[in-house]
Design a protein around this ligand. Structure first.
Ligand SMILES: NC(=O)c1ccc[n+]([C@@H]2O[C@H](COP(=O)([O-])OP(=O)(O)OC[C@H]3O[C@@H](n4cnc5c(N)ncnc54)[C@H](O)[C@@H]3O)[C@@H](O)[C@H]2O)c1
Length: 329
């Protein structure tokens, strides 16, 4: 059993990404020593530049598909491109990142007796036939469609986590993250909130795939990080999986209209053909997170969207905005 009264040495894989950079920030604020590991596929130094001067923060460029030998007490495994644009760019590498990455990090957890948390996803439910989705639902995933590299990779990673737990007694935590948004989302990642905000700020039409009646629920990043840290630090042996997200549901069309209003943009809304295997409904059942973690989201959509819009406004606060978005790294 680890002694968590000492400042834990925490490894965050994917630490230079959207969620990872917020997690590193939070862990440093809580007094941890943080080792951020990233291969910068979708993450960027800009996300963690403000942390580089902190003596308890260390950055390592490394690809999790290769073994890593370090001494740590806790591991948050976030490394994996999360948006369809990015994970479909090199689908074989996406599956490798989820599956071989999980094997490498579970091996590290086994050797160091570290507790390890997997950032799994609502995509393990695929296009759900049950609504909202409780953790007991096994999902409806197309195993060979263009999203399978991500969905099945994450499902296999969950399998590995539970097998390492049963077979090798590794102390695991699995959370299934539903759509999360906030500052440091990649402006080109094609995720619905960042897409709409960027389009609205650039005065371009907002593109909706399908008729816009598909529903989504959106969790603000601060709430999500809070749930993640709670899950890691609960000492009652809760392995999960635990759904984490905001159950407030809205249609994509409503979201587009809301963002046009909040940005004060003159953009219109256009419809494009629906994306392949795009789920029609997505909303978490968070009863388990409420009961076991004493957690529920606190930030409402208006507050979260205003803060996210402000981030993108500042990012675009220089003359050649379109080029900045196109070249963002
Ligand atoms: N943001 C969401 O709404 C959401 C929803 C469900 C699950 N998740 C999960 O949370 C995690 C973080 O997502 P995010 O939104 O921050 O995405 P992101 O793309 O911003 O971050 C992923 C990070 O992992 C890094 N990475 C990718 N492949 C790697 C590899 N082989 N080795 C080392 N680093 C690698 C990237 O460079 C990036 O910094 C992902 O595992 C994702 O599946 C996110």
């Amino acid at each position: 059993m680890k002694d968590y009264s000492l400042a834990p040495r925490v490894l965050v894989t994917g630490g230079a990404g959207f969620l990872g950079s917020h997690l590193c920030e939070r862990l440093l604020a809580d007094g941890a020593e943080v080792l951020c590991v990233d291969n910068f596929f979708t993450g960027t130094r800009a996300n963690i530049r403000h942390l580089l001067g902190n003596p308890r923060f260390e950055l390592l460029r490394h690809d999790v598909t290769f073994p890593l030998y370090v001494e740590v007490d806790q591991i948050y495994n976030l490394a994996c491109p999360a948006s369809p644009n990015h994970y479909q760019f090199d689908p074989v590498q996406t599956t490798k990142t989820s599956v071989i990455g999980a094997i490498n990090l579970l091996g590290l957890a086994k050797r160091t007796k570290a507790r390890i948390l997997q950032a799994s996803t609502s995509e393990v439910y695929g296009d759900p036939t049950m609504h909202p989705q409780p953790e007991s639902y096994w999902g409806n995933v197309n195993p060979h469609g263009p999203r399978a590299c991500y969905d099945e990779g994450k499902r296999c990673a969950e399998t590995l986590f539970f097998d390492y737990h049963r077979q090798h007694k590794v102390d695991i935590r699995v959370i299934r993250i539903f759509n999360t948004y906030g500052a440091r989302m990649h402006p080109n990642d094609g995720r619905v909130i960042s897409n709409f905000i960027v389009q609205a700020l650039l005065g371009r039409d907002l593109t909706i795939y399908g008729d816009g009646s598909q529903t989504r629920s959106f969790c603000f990043v601060d709430d999500l990080i809070d749930a993640m840290v709670r899950m890691m630090n609960r000492n009652h042996g809760l392995t999960g999986p635990v759904n984490v997200g905001n159950p407030a549901e809205m249609t994509v069309l409503e979201l587009a209209r809301t963002i046009v209003r909040y940005t004060g943009s003159r953009s219109g809304i256009v419809h494009c053909p629906a994306a392949h295997d795009d789920p029609k409904q997505r909303r978490p059942d968070i009863s388990l997170a409420r009961e076991k973690l004493g957690w529920e989201p606190k930030v409402d959509l208006e507050t979260g969207l205003q803060r996210t819009i402000e981030y993108f406004r500042q990012m675009f606060d220089f003359p050649n905005v379109s080029a900045a978005v196109a070249n963002w790294r």
